[in-house]
Each structure stands twice: as C-alpha cells, then as structure tokens.
Design a protein around this ligand. Sequence first.
Ligand code: SAM
Length: 218
Amino acid sequence: METTRWPGVWRDGRELFTRNADPGVKVYGEPLRTVDGVEYRGWDPWRSKLAALLVHGAPPEVLARPRSVLYLGGAHGTTASHLSDLWPDAPIFVVEKSPSSFAPLLALARRRTNLLPILADAQLPERYRADVGEVDLLYQDVAQRDQVRIFRENVEACLDERGRGVLMLKVRSVTQRRPAVAIVRDSRAGLGRAGLTIDGEWSLTPFAREHVALAVHR
Ligand SMILES: C[S@@+](CC[C@H](N)C(=O)[O-])C[C@H]1O[C@@H](n2cnc3c(N)ncnc32)[C@H](O)[C@@H]1O
C-alpha cells in the first residue's frame, strides 16, 4: 500500500483506498484489504465521482482537510463514506431528498458518527441552514436541471466566506438541446456571478459519462 498526493488516500497499483473507519464492514461491496494491521477500503471511480476526479488528476487541495462539510445528494452514502474515512473529526452534513435513499444513508450514519444525514430538498437550504451552520467545504452531486442555482443558493446559505466547493455537473441534466461545451461555459459563468473562482475543471469520462467536475473557492 503506497501513499498518494492526496492526504488519507492510499494506492495499490491502480486501485485507490481509504482507511476503513468501520473495520470489517463494506458499504457498497468494495474490497477490503488489511496491511500491517490496518484495514483499507477500495474507492471505486466507477461508483464514486470523487474517486474518478482523483484518477483524472485532481490536485491535493481538493482533499484538503475541512473543518466541516455540506454534501448535497448523498444517495446511499457511497462517496460520503469515503469522506467519513478521510476526515473522522469533521462533521459531514449529508442532504438527501429521496426517502428510499435516505434509509440506507441513515443506517450508515448510525455506524459512522461523523455523517449527519438530513432528509431535505437541497433547493431549500433555509430548511437546514440553522442546523448546518457555516461549512468550509460544499460538495454537490444532485444531477438536477437547476444544479448551478442549487449550488449557488447553498454557497450563500452555508459556505464560509473563505470556503471551497466541488460541483459534480451532470451536463445532460441541464438540457438535452444545447452542446455540452455551451452548458459548461454557462455553468462556469453562473458560478462566477455568485462570486466563486474556478480552480479547475475535469471531465469524468469514462467513469461518469457527461459529467464535469468543477472545483471552486469563494
Ligand atoms: C447521482 S446520485 C448521488 C450519488 C452520491 N453523491 C455518491 O457519490 O455516493 C444523486 C442523488 O441526489 C439526490 N437529489 C437529487 N435532487 C436533490 C435535491 N434537490 N435535494 C437533495 N437531494 C437530491 C437524488 O435523490 C440522488 O440520491
């Protein structure tokens, strides 16, 4: 097991791993590997867009240790579980609007106490803003038509004035009728109008088709 440029992420050949905060337990069928008494969990770029972003060359700052995190679109907690491994001391608020996804997320959070699930619509940050407070990392993966507006409103509601964010933009959820490059250009402009600086843009092909990751800071 070798260290990588991302703090808390290990590599064995081409496979990425995080240190399992819940030893012996898999979250999504990922491989477990024990080396020198430490258990690691495979981090699959086909299942987690954040792992795909690392494979595509994200800089170490993308995984710089935050004080607290707001994660929009947690689903069953696949990616959130790896953040939980990476940052055991950081509260990670995970918003999910689908009750059927929320049930497994809640079960995961019972085992991983730094995951704080919230059953809510990310379009209405005023509903959870008081609970979340100010975070210094906003991560969003909701695959909705108005993804950029949702991101901007959550920046306004919950992101510290020196915070940073990662938007997993599903290009085809915005519209089917315009070229992908135009959608990405407009999305970048929309983030700029919210006072955000774009630090990087990465296509996630082939792991997540028609997805672009945008890293930003305030
Ligand atoms: C692609 S999945 C997220 C996968 C997850 N981020 C991961 O990597 O493990 C998108 C999730 O966003 C949720 N979602 C979509 N719109 C939402 C909204 N407005 N508020 C909260 N969650 C939303 C969906 O229910 C779905 O579970």
